[in-house]
Design a protein around this ligand. Sequence first.
Ligand SMILES: CCCCCCC/C=C/C(=O)SCCNC(=O)CCNC(=O)[C@H](O)C(C)(C)COP(=O)(O)OP(=O)(O)OC[C@H]1O[C@@H](n2cnc3c(N)ncnc32)[C@H](O)[C@@H]1OP(=O)(O)O
Ligand SMILES: NC(=O)C1=CN([C@@H]2O[C@H](COP(=O)(O)OP(=O)(O)OC[C@H]3O[C@@H](n4cnc5c(N)ncnc54)[C@H](OP(=O)(O)O)[C@@H]3O)[C@@H](O)[C@H]2O)C=CC1
Length: 268
Amino acid sequence: MAGLGATPPVEELFADDLLAGEVALVTGGGTGIGRAIALGLADCGADVAIASRELDHLEPVADEIENRGVEACATTVDVREYDAVAAMVDTVIEELGGIDVLVNNAGANFLGPTESLTPNGWRAVVGTILDGTAYCTFAVGEHMIDESGGAIVSMGATNSVRGAPYHAHSGAGKAGVHNLMQTVASEWSEHGIRANTVAPGIVETEGVTEAAGGELPDAFLDDVPADRFGTPADCVPPVLFLASPAAAYVTGGYFTVDGGQLLAPTPF
Ligand SMILES: CCCCCCC/C=C/C(=O)SCCNC(=O)CCNC(=O)[C@H](O)C(C)(C)COP(=O)(O)OP(=O)(O)OC[C@H]1O[C@@H](n2cnc3c(N)ncnc32)[C@H](O)[C@@H]1OP(=O)(O)O
Ligand SMILES: NC(=O)C1=CN([C@@H]2O[C@H](COP(=O)(O)OP(=O)(O)OC[C@H]3O[C@@H](n4cnc5c(N)ncnc54)[C@H](OP(=O)(O)O)[C@@H]3O)[C@@H](O)[C@H]2O)C=CC1
């Protein structure tokens, strides 16, 4: 049985001026899914800021963004620290003139039986996923309210709506992200701000492979009808759609990119 095919490249799907004149900020934009999203936004004409802890992750991607003929800004931040997040937002606004699109992508995970989780392990993951998304949303949201508009897209995960073994910390964090996006969507429509969640299933990246202990077992595909792991490229089109005027009436949504992982298992 053939599984689902590959997502075409951005230039075959979206106009190169879809987001011209917009400024986007992607946290965790130097690696994996975040890098693919940052480059996709640049392919659609947006100026793009990327931010994470390691400048070494960011600088090569900033070059790739600039090679697409738009402005780039690379700035370090630990999203678990509110003051650092506020400074990041000031830097991006100063360098690129504003923030129209926020992609909350920075994340962390390791697999651990719930009874083995230490307070520090819990905080490392929940702090990055939930506190980080909240702090970026507060700081950028304030700016978007002043500017009367913006789009926020947060990376959730399928484990936010279906508990999965060894994911207590990341599942709880992602569930919080999903709820936070619905909450700000309900509060901020009056300011012209939309907020949505994109929820990947299992996407093959260095980060998730490390989190899984060095390799992604084939058994992880047992409940994925698409019969393949996702790729970073699979996650990009929904984010571009949600960031764009094409999604003018779309807010508070939860969009899976999971190859059907959340469907009920077939009983035959
Ligand atoms: C496999 C199926 C996946 C399905 C999808 C699930 C949805 C989510 C997926 C993802 O998020 S994938 C992206 C993953 N990417 C990353 O995690 C990249 C960033 N990762 C990190 O920064 C680290 O791995 C980190 C541990 C998460 C955070 O590092 P930090 O430097 O902040 O913390 P540490 O000081 O190293 O550790 C803090 C605390 O955590 C404990 N810990 C760390 N790693 C493990 C581990 N592998 N197993 C058990 N415990 C771990 C560490 O021991 C510390 O606790 P204490 O010892 O002090 O109690
Ligand atoms: N891959 C998958 O299967 C799935 C991924 N997701 C989500 O997608 C997003 C991207 O994941 P993926 O690309 O796989 O993983 P990566 O590990 O490649 O991405 C995580 C990114 O977050 C950054 N980051 C981590 N901690 C912090 C922090 N405290 N402050 C600032 N930046 C930080 C990292 O950069 P640096 O090290 O430079 O700080 C890195 O660029 C995450 O939110 C993840 O939870 C959701 C479901 C499944």
